[in-house]
Design a protein around this ligand. Structure first.
Ligand code: GAR
Length: 202
């Protein structure tokens, strides 16, 4: 039976995209295959990574196509064209509409750089999350992989990993530690787990 065809959606640097591609190259994603990158920001560094990894990339630029419904229609059309079975949000900074989420019910995963339900929801993305963590003074943070539902950052949790907050951390140092110790580890593992489950259902 065919492997689950994965599309990764990303807006920026793409270190999580890279981690998933590296896992695939290392044979750690036996039930899935990354077949597509969709990026909503022309010029994002992730596009260079995709080129280097030989993954087809499609840009659907937010600044050019301002209407979210039109943008999502284009994304869905592209996902269909590539016969995608699992959509993976890896630093994708647009919130998907309920209609989009319904179209790919139980087939969209997201990585969030904190231990949800803490430090999640609208406005909590990228460095802002780590700023909020430091401001709150918590001593443990981490990362969460979850299914995407219409509730922002509220879908069922698949995997989490805790990371220590250290004295003197800045949002940047904390972000780097959360990525290295948690995100790049649990994301490829969770994607493999879900791909295996999807294949088992067929
Ligand atoms: C990652 O830390 C990811 O968890 C976060 O954006 C970063 C993207 O980095 N996602 C969110 O904040 C989603 N709410 P990357 O492009 O290097 O993978």
């Amino acid at each position: 039976m065919e492997k689950v065809r994965i599309a990764i959606l990303c807006s920026g640097g793409g270190t999580n995209f890279q981690a998933v591609c590296n896992a695939q190259e290392a044979g750690l994603l036996p039930d899935g295959e990354v077949v597509l990158l969709i990026c909503d920001h022309a010029g994002a560094f992730v596009l260079k990574r995709a080129e280097r990894m030989g993954i087809p990339a499609v840009v659907i630029d937010r600044r050019e196509m301002k209407d979210r419904a039109a943008r999502e229609q284009k994304i869905i059309g592209t996902l269909k064209e590539y016969r995608v079975g699992l959509v993976v949000l890896a630093g994708f900074m647009s919130i998907l509409s309920p209609a989009f989420v319904k179209e790919y019910e139980n087939r969209i995963l997201n990585i969030h750089p904190a231990l949800l339900p803490a430090f999640g929801g609208e406005g909590f993305y990228g460095l802002h999350v780590h700023e909020a963590v430091l401001k709150a003074g918590v001593k443990v943070t981490g990362a969460t992989v979850h299914y995407v539902t219409a509730a922002c950052d509220g879908g069922p949790i698949i995997a989490q990993k805790a990371v220590e907050v250290k004295e003197g951390d800045t949002p940047e140092t904390l972000q780097k530690r959360v990525m290295r110790e948690a995100e790049w580890v649990i994301f490829p593992e969770a994607i493999q787990t879900v791909c295996k489950k999807i294949r088992g259902e067929k």
